[in-house]
Each structure stands twice: as structure tokens, then as C-alpha cells.
Design a protein around this ligand. Sequence first.
Ligand SMILES: *Cc1c(COP(=O)(O)O)cnc(C)c1O
Length: 351
Amino acid sequence: MIWRGVLHEYRAYLPFADNVQIVTLNEGNTPLIAAPRLAQALAPGAGMKLYLKYEGLNPTGSFKDRGMTAAITQAVHEGARAVICASTGNTAASAAAYAARASLRCLVLVPEGKIALGKLAACLAYGAEVISIAGSFDDGLAMVREIVQRQPIALVNSINPWRLEGQKTGAFEICDQLGGRAPDWHCLPVGNAGNITAYWMGYKQYNRGLPRLLGGQAAGAAPIVYGRVIEQPETIATAIRIGNPARWQQALDALDESDGQITAVSDADILAAWRQLAHLEGVFVEPASAAGVAALRQQIAAAQLDPQDKTIVCVLTGHGLKDPDAAIAQAAPPHLLPAQTAALEAYLLRK
Ligand SMILES: *Cc1c(COP(=O)(O)O)cnc(C)c1O
């Protein structure tokens, strides 16, 4: 069967009107990649079956496309001419792409200097109006929430319920890819907490069993873990640099219902997981995407999670090329050689 995007594929599970015109870039259908070397590194000999749901392979390079196809489809259905969002970058890039496809004006608010290069480049390429604010994501979200009360413009942040409707399809796909059942554990990064909320909705609705949820927040931006708003969140994982999550209570409910856990992981641990993903499994993600793996690693090491014979899925939320600066800053610079075979040979044989 030809894949025509998550709304066509899972239409029966989504509350759209019959006459809706679907705006899609054929998002979804991302690979669930077995990660045996990473599993062995995290839990030697435990027989853990670890899988990576590589959401960086969506059309704009993050899972946000699952929600955006739904939000833009509904916005067009309701007659919107313009959309707006606050974003750490990926929501903005996704909104910009789907808005372009639907001929909508698109405004995106991003925190000045805190948006990764690949995300900014994409927003500009898709023709969005990029507004850089001297403030945080949380400040931007407060601004867009207010403006949509005054002006006829559709809000496409994950407080828009259609975003969650689209994003819950990730849970359907995982169950389908595991042969019709949910994993034992489902690990993911948590920022605004839309995705953890959406996945839990999806697992409950699909009725193929329920996983326990494990959320990872960056230690410098962990309001849910610490139980208080973080006024100045800070982390290398810019996609989850959020101090006051819009879906805070729903995330707590999902964690509670699933008998799950949420934990803070340091930037050093996020980068260690990020490196293992690339070095051991050949999967390159942006730093935030490694927070779920970092959380899993931490919980196994602390004996808070028993990996023995468990099926565990880590959602890798965004592609590594989103944040080339972070990747380059983590590595030694390339070796410089003269353009001579002898020099290459000497390099190959060096001790
Ligand atoms: C948006 C995003 C997150 C966080 O998702 P929330 O729904 O805000 O919790 C994590 N990683 C990446 C790459 C993202 O773009």
C-alpha cells in the first residue's frame, strides 16, 4: 500500500469531519530501528530488546510533522488564512512547511539566539515570517496565546488539540511495527509535554496494550521533575529548553496512569547518549532527542528500571542535521593532510 501520511492511514481513529481536505507531506511511517549494540551497552546480558523510533526522518526532520498535518488540515477546514506559533525551532519549521503547502500566512516566534541553525534555515526557506524575541519559548507562548484572542489567526502550538490527535499516531505505528502490541517501556524527551500526552492518548485508544512511560527532562529545564516553574531554563538540548510546559498536568496524569517515571538528565548525560546513538547504531539525532535514551540509561544504572527481557522503545524526536553546531562542537576537527597518497599512508599507519 502506498503511504499517504498519518491522517489517511489512521483516519478511522481521528475525529475529522468527513469533508476535510487533508494537508499532508506524507509524514509518518518512520522506521523502528533495532538497537542491539546500544542495548548491550546499557544493560549487558539483560536480553533487552531496544528499538529506536527515528522521527527525524519525517518531512521537516522532526515528529512535529505528525501534529502539524492535523493542525493545518483543521485550520484550513475552519477557514483560517494565517497561523502562528511560538517555538524552539521544530514546531516553527513544521508549521512553515505545512502552511506553505496550504497557502497560509505563517508567523513563528523563536527565542533570539537559541534556535538551532537547521531549524532557522528551514523556517526561512519555507517562507515563514520569523520573529525573534528577546525572551524564552515560554514568553513567546504567552504572547501567541494572547494574540489569538484578539486577531483571527490560528494557533498551532501543542495546546491546539489537533496537534495531539496527529501526534498520537506515533503510538499506533509503534504497536503496528512491533507486530500488534505495545512495548513494555516507552522513553522520550519531555519539553512542553505535548508528545508524552499524545503518545499516552494513542496507546490507550489503540488498545494493543499499554507501556510504562519514561520521560527525560534536561536538568536545567526540568519543571515537571522538580515540581516548579523554571524561570530561566538552560540546556544544550534547545528543543526541550522549556520552563513551564503547557501540557504539565496531562503529562503528570499520563505518568501516573502508566505507572511511569520522569527524571532529570544532565547535559553531559544527554551528550553521552547522543554519542552512543551515533557511534554504536549509526543514528544521528539532535541533542534533545537523546534525552529519552539518557533517561533510560540513568534509570537502568540506578536499578530503577529492570531491563530484563523487556521490549523498550526510545523515540528519537528530531534529526541530527537540525543542530550542526552542537555536533561540530562535540567533535575534534577533521585531520588536515597534504593532497598526497604518502601522507595518507603515513596517517593510516600512525600509532
Ligand atoms: C518538540 C520537541 C521535543 C519535546 O516535545 P514536547 O511535546 O514539547 O514535550 C523533543 N525533541 C524535539 C527534537 C522536539 O522538536
